[in-house]
Design a protein around this ligand. Structure first.
Ligand code: GLC
Length: 553
């Protein structure tokens, strides 16, 4: 099948976490004018679109993912006029904007919920999911992704409401057609404004199993990709239809085998999905490390499931919900930091799909050495910390776990310079700044031809200039190799091969016989250039990309 060409397949995306990106009004919190002031930086990097995490009115219990008014901008970020200006100027420099669409739940301060909880007879009662308790308390044993029961008792009407996330984030009742009508009209309002698409938050949770279902086997199974969800998703797809937009769904619980149904070229609900096979979400206890074989299997499963025009992938190694990739999958050690951050860039930027870079990833930002729980903002992390303390875990030990796993690791302010507030703000920011801003910052990396930032630029340019790296097929080599990730991309005669040592140790390999290395020309590497042979030893985190010499230009 030939693959249809579109802008969102060719562009590279960049995720902005606005409160930590750039502050221009000196309140220590990033803002819309801050994003606007960095459009040239993003353009230079080679970015085609930005995804901005929620900037709507919100009490910020879950930093914007608890929306109290979908059609207002939170004042700390700016005004709707400033948003319009950002959109206009971004379009002028050729950068599109996609917004976060949080429609599984609202804030408990949203007017719909305030109405809903006021009386069982209220017109908005069925906008949310209410149920009577049992003698044991909550209506059933479902647990929230953010810890504790998924039900909250409301004194006012003596019933419980459902919240898959924090108790301040009540779940909307998608079985109520009026809920969908109101959400869809809000979506159209934003699209009519001229935005270029949506990252659709937590969308695999909108359908709930019957309340009698027990959550014994998988604590989240009763609200994760539950059969019947397709009815709602088809209606949502019809809202997106006929618009030239990018839609990417956050799809916890959707397998590679089911993916074509979600993102199939003609009938899919979205253009692409953020899957959780290669990176796990909500992993609170353990630091994620890289099992190279498992990682390759997960990536390959998705690459193959959506090959030949069956669908399209969203590619990422970082976002605002997981610790920094260089800290989890690469190495913070001075000798390895730069090489490993570059190796991780080649690991995901050139696969089949649309890459999303998370702010700061392009300069190799690392996890934060959080001193105490007071430095933490994220609601789930705080809950988890106190759960540990109540269970008798020593505070020092609990903090060690938090330091490795907290999602705030990726939410520290962007490091623009080595100045006191990292060039992010003129005042002490809302969130602690990583002390390594001296060594890791945009200004210095712009000036250093060998920096991680300049490596990202080169890789992005390579992708943009070579159709095979966008539309080509994917092939995995050496699947069982425990250190190397070797993959090929090809389109017609244009062929590339990427070789990455994803470990701290030297890796030796016999390259596959059908890849005769003398026929290939080095395009880019992250360590010293040297000739490699059919049997070669790769240095720790060495990463290279080759193009076949006989390929037509
Ligand atoms: C998504 C967001 C996350 C948020 C959650 C609840 O997973 O990425 O940040 O906390 O949804 O809205």
């Amino acid at each position: 099948m030939t693959i249809k060409r579109t802008w969102w397949k060719e562009a590279v995306g960049y995720q902005i976490y606005p409160s930590s990106f750039m502050d221009t009004d000196g309140d220590g919190i990033g803002d819309l004018n801050g994003i606007r002031s960095k459009l040239d930086y993003l353009k230079e990097l080679g970015i085609g679109f930005i995804w901005i995490t929620p900037i709507y009115e919100s009490p910020n219990v879950d930093n914007g993912y608890d929306i109290s008014d979908y059609q207002k901008i939170l004042s700390t970020y700016g005004t709707m006029e400033e948003f319009d200006l950002l959109l206009k100027e971004a379009h002028k420099v050729g950068i599109k904007i996609i917004m976060d669409l949080v429609i599984n739940h609202t804030s408990n301060q949203h007017s719909w919920f305030l109405e809903s909880r006021s009386s069982v007879k209220d017109d908005y009662r069925d906008y949310y999911i209410w149920a009577d308790g049992t003698i044991d308390g909550p209506p059933n044993d479902w647990v929230s992704i953010f810890g504790g029961s998924a039900w909250e008792y409301d004194e006012m009407t003596k019933q419980y409401y459902l919240h898959v996330f924090a108790k301040e984030q009540p779940d909307l009742n998608w079985e109520n057609p009026r809920v969908k009508r109101d959400l869809f009209s809000m979506i159209n309002w934003w699209l009519d404004k001229g935005i270029d698409g949506f990252r659709v938050d937590a969308i695999s949770h909108i359908k709930k199993a019957p309340l009698e279902t027990s959550s014994e086997n998988d604590p989240f199974a009763s609200f994760k990709n539950v059969p019947g969800i397709e009815v709602h998703l088809e209606e949502l797809r019809d809202v997106f239809k006929n618009r030239d937009i990018l839609t990417v769904g956050e799809a916890n619980g959707v397998s590679a085998e089911q993916a074509h149904q979600w993102v199939g070229e003609t009938e899919g609900y979205f253009n692409m999905l953020f899957e959780f096979d290669h990176i796990s979400l909500w992993n609170k206890e353990e630091q994620e490390t890289l099992d190279v074989v498992h990682f390759k299997q997960a990536i390959t499963r998705w690459q193959e499931a959506l090959a030949d025009g069956k669908g399209w992938n969203a590619l990422y190694m970082e976002n605002h919900d997981i610790p920094r990739s260089v800290s989890s999958f690469g190495s913070e050690e001075t000798v390895f930091w730069k090489a490993s951050a570059k190796a991780l860039a080649l690991t995901f930027l050139l696969l089949q799909g649309t890459p999303f870079i998370y702010q700061g990833q392009e300069i190799g930002m690392t996890n934060m050495p959080f001193a105490s729980i007071e430095d933490i903002d994220a609601v789930d992390t705080k809950n988890f910390y106190y759960e540990m303390i109540h269970a008798g875990v020593e505070p020092v030990k609990a903090m060690e776990v938090i330091r490795r796993t907290a999602r705030d690791n990726s939410r520290t302010p962007m490091q623009w310079t080595a100045e006191e507030y990292a060039g992010f703000s003129k005042r002490k920011p809302w969130m602690v700044i990583n002390p390594n801003k001296q060594e890791v910052n945009v200004l210095d990396e712009l000036a250093d031809p060998d920096s991680i930032l300049n490596f990202y630029k080169k890789v992005i340019r390579l992708r943009t200039e070579n159709q095979a790296l966008i539309y080509g097929t994917y092939k995995l080599y050496l699947p069982e190799h425990p250190q190397l990730f070797v993959y090929g991309r090809s389109l017609g005669e244009e062929r590339f091969i990427v070789i990455i040592n994803l470990s701290k140790d030297f890796a030796s390999a016999d390259l596959p016989k059908n890849v005769r290395i003398e026929e290939w020309q080095l395009e880019l590497c992250n360590l010293n250039e040297h000739t490699i042979h059919q049997h070669t030893i790769f240095a720790p985190y060495e990463a290279r990309i080759y193009k076949h010499k006989i390929a037509k230009q």
